[in-house]
Design a protein around this ligand. Sequence first.
Ligand code: GLU
Length: 310
Amino acid sequence: MDIEQANEQLERLRLEASGEAGKGKVASYIPELAKEDPHQLGISVCLSDGTILSAGEAQKPFTLQSISKIFSLIVALCQNGQQHVFERVGKEPTGDPFNSIIKLETIKPHKPLNPMINAGAIAVAGMIQGKSVQERLDCILDLLRRITGNPHIGVNEAVYCSEKKTAARNRALAWFLKDSGVLAGDVEETLDLYFRHCAIEVTAEEVARLGMALAADGVDVRTGDRVFPAEVARICKTFMVTCGMYNASGEFAIDVGIPAKSGVAGGIMATVPQRMGIGVFGPALDEKGNSVAGVKLLALLAKDWELGIF
Ligand code: GLU
């Protein structure tokens, strides 16, 4: 691949997609996120030899939000094994919004349907082991720092505090999980870990590297080191297809056809098995919580570069 030409193609597609941003709105239920300029759009692609291609706001820091749910799941699976994790959280997609509480009560047993919705991710956070919240958070940070090669990856304190102060819905989910026996241990500590891992700050370029590690079945292509088992990567990529784009996952699978996970700060991590990781940042969201311009950009890129896996 000619790098210069590929960067030009990315910029052309980015410009074409950026018009979509006007159709969305930045998330405001976490007040700190509402400060973002909705018109930003950045993309980075990490190839299987570690080469990075970029266009637009690829170096602008943003918080992972729900993208972090993939990495907390990786840590929980590595520490506890599949049986323990999936006894407490399901494997089924849901047609409900990411923060919905309804099925938690109506479906029996009362376990969250999957680890990509908030209830499931809070249950997963509860399984991460360590003597303190900081030690549990460090398990996730260490993984991210190792894959990205950036030892300074950390939590955006303003976003973390902003969510912590306003997270009535997530508190309701967590306490319901406690009541149902899904969540063991201290609820406020687990919520604190969840808010912190959602507020981990990255760039689109770093997200592309994270996506590439999943594409390479758990191998860091920069160093050749295995960072998590291939079986864990397989599980995560499957969740990305079935539940990664909230209740628009089916539509995204048909229109774009790449395993992907989005977050309400406007990030999307996509992973094209064996070939590339893609990081996108575009904070204006559609009503389901996905970056409008980001989804458009991935659709254009998937078509142009024939990236769809189906
Ligand atoms: N921290 C966010 C929340 O719990 C994450 C949601 C998301 O990105 O989907 O609401």
